[in-house]
Design a protein around this ligand. Structure first.
Ligand code: ADP
Ligand code: MG
Length: 607
């Protein structure tokens, strides 16, 4: 319920739609009620019981006044047009009232649709914004599935169950109250008696539907089991065939299939029971009311007219639908609570990498980047300790070492993907935490091991983050990245769509596009994180060349697995377990015969 109110709060800017909806629904209910009430004079007319009223009553807005005025009109009608004419008028009036009711119902729906969809739109925008805003460390692999589920199935629950019923919660109580009010004016005693019967039948129906819920959960469980089995079979089909185990698999499948079938049958039994049961119960209630109400009509001192009694029954029969609608809506909204909770939890996650309120703008990089006494820990486990590195402008520093040594983590500290837990990262002597994040990142280009491309054209991918650049610039960047050649051979050249994640290209081609992107951005500082590790030898050579061209004259932090890539770097830092264990130039380190030498020897590479 609490979550539901929060969702409604999102809809605040659109509350005029909700107000309109309530208003139109109210009007629709009024017309609905009026059309039902017209049955009373209709019956009177048929049974020849119209009490002639020749004087127009003086007061209008009381029960007697309204009734009198109506009867006066009806008497006039009969006098002028005869009984048939009056009948026709009443019939036309019923049609007119129904048309009005449905017209208002329609505009009410139009209004609530706007309301609902604006809320879902806003929620989706907020969630996507949050995904973009959250710090990198929040986005680990296992979270990806959760986040996707939030954006799809949880949002769907909100969209299709909560929002679907959002109106019911407001509309149905109004209808119930108005119907009840009319019933009370017709016969307070009978209303009391019928109200007593409702809970009894309601409880019975609730029991059936509860056991139905349990059974449908079982069906879903079995269904998921079966799906998992099918998926397993599809992935393992080669092994199944190779080991001649089709029959065994078929047998196992049959067992699970049968469980699903049984669960289904058991559920359907209950489900099919629900509607006949509730209808029978409804008939019992109706009959009881008809009997008791009939005694009011037929008793010694009739306290209720036959026509009013029938009107009462008709309105009572209409009372059940909104009650049912309300309880359905209510349960849908409570079920949606868990999904809403998860969504609000995500929206409440704070970005730990915050921009300082007085962040300074930076537009150039002039002297050096420095890691000073840097230490870093993901969730208490120290990953980096005592890191001191200076990268002067125009120089390149390489990080090498075993996997898991903390190289990527260190590189991620520079653009503030994470914040240091100790020490500081300085740009031209200023702590990066005091600089504007956008400015800081604009000074850097990053090429990682898995080139991240988007489902867009080649040109669009190269120009990411640099909208409005000219085709000539894009081509120049592609040439530097050794990519121009293969791009021109694509069907539509630079306008070729490269598919999801660029999977229509080879690994080397993708990497060269990623490099072209970095070249186009033309940042003073470059970060290369294993940019060639995922490539075969031939593409590696092409990418390598591209990288050398790009690195010329730039400040760079290069992480490489292949040592041939970094032997010309001005300083090489060998990292192990979060510390720098050796540092120097290639020649110095090779001669020193330490860890670096070992790595070189393993790659059969040296002087
Ligand atoms: P390298 O790039 O040198 O292979 P990384 O910087 O990727 O090493 O990782 C260093 C250590 O930090 C590893 O032990 C790894 O398990 C841990 N690590 C990396 N990313 C995360 C993360 N998002 N959350 C927690 N631990 C992480
Ligand atoms: Mg790494």
């Amino acid at each position: 319920m609490h979550q539901f109110l929060r969702i409604l709060r999102i809809g605040r800017p659109y509350r005029r739609f909700a107000v309109l909806n309530a208003l139109f629904n109210l009007l629709a209910t009024v017309f609905h009620l009026l059309s039902l009430l017209l049955f009373i004079p209709f019956l009177r007319l048929l049974l020849g019981q119209v009490k002639p009223v020749h004087e127009r009553p003086l007061e209008l807005w009381t029960k007697d006044g309204l009734e009198g005025t109506f009867n006066w009109g009806l008497t006039r009608l009969i006098e002028v047009y005869g009984n048939m004419g009056a009948l026709l008028t009443i019939c036309l009036l019923v049609v007119g009232l129904f048309a009005c009711k449905n017209l208002f119902r329609y505009v009410a729906l139009l209004a609530i649709t706007r309301f609902r969809n604006h809320i879902v739109y806003d929620l989706r925008q907020q969630m996507y914004g949050k995904l973009l805003d959250l710090p990198l460390r929040y986005h680990s692999n296992e979270r990806k599935g959760d986040l996707l589920a939030l954006m799809t199935s949880d949002l769907h629950v909100i969209e299709f169950s909560v929002m679907q019923y959002i109106e019911m919660v407001f509309r149905e109580p109004i209808a119930v109250l108005m119907f009840l009010g009319t019933m009370v004016t017709l016969s307070p005693g009978l209303t009391g008696i019928s109200l007593l019967m409702l809970p009894v039948s309601g409880l019975l129906i609730a029991r059936v539907s509860r056991s139905l819920k349990k059974r449908s959960a079982r069906v879903q469980e079995k269904d998921a089991d079966l799906l998992a089995r099918v998926e397993e079979t599809l992935t393992g089909i080669r092994v199944i065939k190779a080991f001649n185990s089709e029959a065994a698999m078929q047998h196992r499948f049959a067992r699970e299939n049968e469980l699903l079938m049984r669960a289904h049958v058991s559920m359907m039994r209950r489900q099919d029971l629900a509607s006949p049961l509730s209808e029978t119960l409804g008939a019992v209630v109706m009959a009881a009311i008809a009997y008791i109400g009939g005694s009011f009509v037929l008793g010694q001192e009739p306290s209720l007219g036959g026509d009013s009694f029938l009107g009462f029954i008709i309105i009572f029969s209409q009372l059940l639908a909104p009650i049912k609608g309300f309880s359905q809506g209510w349960s849908a909204i409570t079920r949606g609570g868990a999904a809403a909770q998860r969504i609000f939890d995500l929206l409440a996650v704070e970005n730990t990498v915050k921009e300082a309120a007085d962040a300074q703008a930076v537009h150039s990089f002039d002297h050096q980047v420095e890691f000073k006494e840097v230490s870093f820990a993901y969730d208490n486990a120290p990953v980096l300790q005592d890191i001191n590195i200076v990268v002067p402008k125009g120089r390149s520093v390489a990080l090498v070492g075993t996997s898991g040594g903390g190289k990527t983590t260190l590189a991620n500290l520079l653009p503030r993907f994470h914040d240091v837990t100790g020490g500081s990262v300085l740009m031209d002597g200023k702590d990066t935490r005091g600089l504007r994040i956008r400015d800081l990142r604009a000074l850097m280009g990053i090429v990682t091991q898995d080139s991240i491309l988007f489902n867009d054209t080649v040109a669009g991918n190269i120009a990411l983050g640099a909208p409005g650049v000219s085709q000539a610039d894009i081509e120049r960047a592609a040439r530097i990245a050794n990519a121009h050649g293969f791009i021109t051979q694509l069907e539509q050249g630079y306008q070729t769509n490269i598919g999801d994640g660029g999977n229509r290209l080879s690994g080397g081609q993708k990497q060269r596009l990623a490099i072209a992107r970095a070249v186009l951005k033309n940042p003073p500082i470059l970060i290369l994180d294993e940019a060639t590790s995922a490539l075969d030898t031939e593409s590696e050579r092409l990418v390598q060349e591209a990288l050398f061209k790009m690195l010329e004259g730039r400040t760079s932090l290069v992480i490489a697995h292949r040592l041939s890539t970094i032997q010309h770097c001005d300083e090489i830092c060998v990292m192990g377990q979060g510390r720098i264990i050796e540092r120097g130039t290639h020649d110095q380190l090779y001669a020193a015969g330490g860890q670096y030498r070992k790595l070189c020897d393993m790659q059969a590479f040296g002087q």
